[in-house]
Design a protein around this ligand. Structure first.
Ligand code: AMP
Ligand code: MG
Length: 342
């Protein structure tokens, strides 16, 4: 494939000719990376098996990891859904378009490659003007996993997509950095109470305000219901070590220990105490606001990889609101490298 084409959509405004070209690529079974409010997605026609297969190849994604279908409206979502619970409908009407993916009973015609053979399909309406226009003009559903190489930190800018997928996909719609910076929250609404399968851009607290109690468990049984959650994910090449929020002593101790082992160490911190320790060029300081931290974290992990450190010491955040999703990502990034890399 020749070099990937990049089309600018300045200030989040759809570029009409660019959208026309992207729809042409999708109709021809090609791959288009698109911006969303969470991270950049890699789009292919959900009903075109050959196109969907190309996604797994381009990303190096295990085929037992199902994909999220992106649509422009609830009306089009019904092409994929056979049944949805009352609570599912409540969440859809309250939070779509937005960073929430619903796992629902699928229609027979949804290709099994999309759902990894499950009886359910994951679906959402993303909240981004460029991609809503793309989806509306395309008219169907686009599978849209994150537009990165499988296992790497998710892409929050077009530049990250280029780093991982240049020459492997046809087109990128570049609309600048993404607003939320973490993937959507995934919730299975086929059970009561519904089960949160992946924390993300919408907090559990906000969901529970609408539908009451939800479950969140890491039991093996549930992981089988959402195979993607089992793989090592979101990880830079360097080893990731997490230190607790505002724990200066733990940070200094780890830093010295790793340096004693002869490692080149990078650091990511966000609290005043830790920001002041060891101001080397590979010490990146993120915002003390968790929302901004979420927006910046994947970029920071990628930047430190580029500076070729062996190990990244990351200051954690409080596990409330989007902070819980940030900690989930950091934990997965820090998992043992020997585990199978999704
Ligand atoms: P990604 O698009 O790479 O951010 O990942 C999609 C996430 O949604 C993965 O964790 C998948 O396991 C999960 N997922 C997709 N489809 C389903 C489904 N039908 N049932 C449960 N989880 C799903
Ligand atoms: Mg992903």
């Amino acid at each position: 494939m020749p070099r990937t084409r990049i089309i600018q959509c300045a200030d989040g405004i759809p570029n009409p000719d660019g959208i026309t070209d992207a729809v042409g690529v999708l109709n021809a079974g090609g791959l288009v990376a698109f911006p969303t409010e969470t991270v950049y997605g890699l789009g292919a026609d959900a009903f075109n098996q050959a196109a969907v297969r190309k996604i797994f190849e381009a990303k190096g994604r295990p085929s037992d990891n199902p994909l999220i279908v992106h649509v422009a409206s609830l009306e089009i979502a019904w092409h994929f859904i056979s049944d949805i619970s009352e609570k599912g409908l409540t969440l859809a009407s309250r939070f779509w378009p937005g960073p929430l993916t619903l796992v629902v009973k699928r229609k027979e015609i949804v290709p099994s490659l999309v759902t990894a053979g499950l009886e359910t399909v994951a679906i959402r309406i993303p909240n981004h003007a460029v991609t809503l226009e793309l989806l509306a003009r395309f008219g169907g559903g686009l599978v849209g996993p994150s537009a990165n190489s499988s296992g790497r930190p998710s892409p929050t800018s077009a530049d990250h997509v280029v780093q991982d997928l240049n020459g492997k996909i046809d087109l990128i719609l570049d609309s600048g950095p993404t607003i939320i910076g973490l993937e959507s929250t995934v919730i299975d609404v086929t059970t009561n109470p519904p089960v949160i399968l992946r924390l993300g851009g919408l907090s559990r607290e906000d969901i529970e305000k609408e539908i009451g109690e939800t479950h969140r468990t890491r039991s093996k049984d549930l992981l089988k219901r959402s195979p993607g959650t089992r793989y090592r994910h979101y990880a830079p090449r360097a080893q990731v070590v997490i230190v607790p929020h505002q724990d200066r002593d733990a940070f200094v101790k780890q830093l010295e220990h790793l340096k004693d082992e002869g490692k080149r160490v990078g650091a990511i911190t966000s609290s005043e105490d830790l920001n002041a320790v060891d101001r080397s060029p590979s010490h990146l300081i993120l915002s003390s606001s968790v929302d901004r931290y979420a927006q910046q974290i994947f970029h920071a992990l990628r930047e430190l990889d580029r500076s070729q450190v062996d190990c990244i010491l990351v200051e954690g955040v409080e596990e409330t609101g989007i902070g819980a999703a940030i900690m989930d990502r950091l934990m997965k990034a820090s998992e043992n490298k020997s585990r199978h890399n999704g």
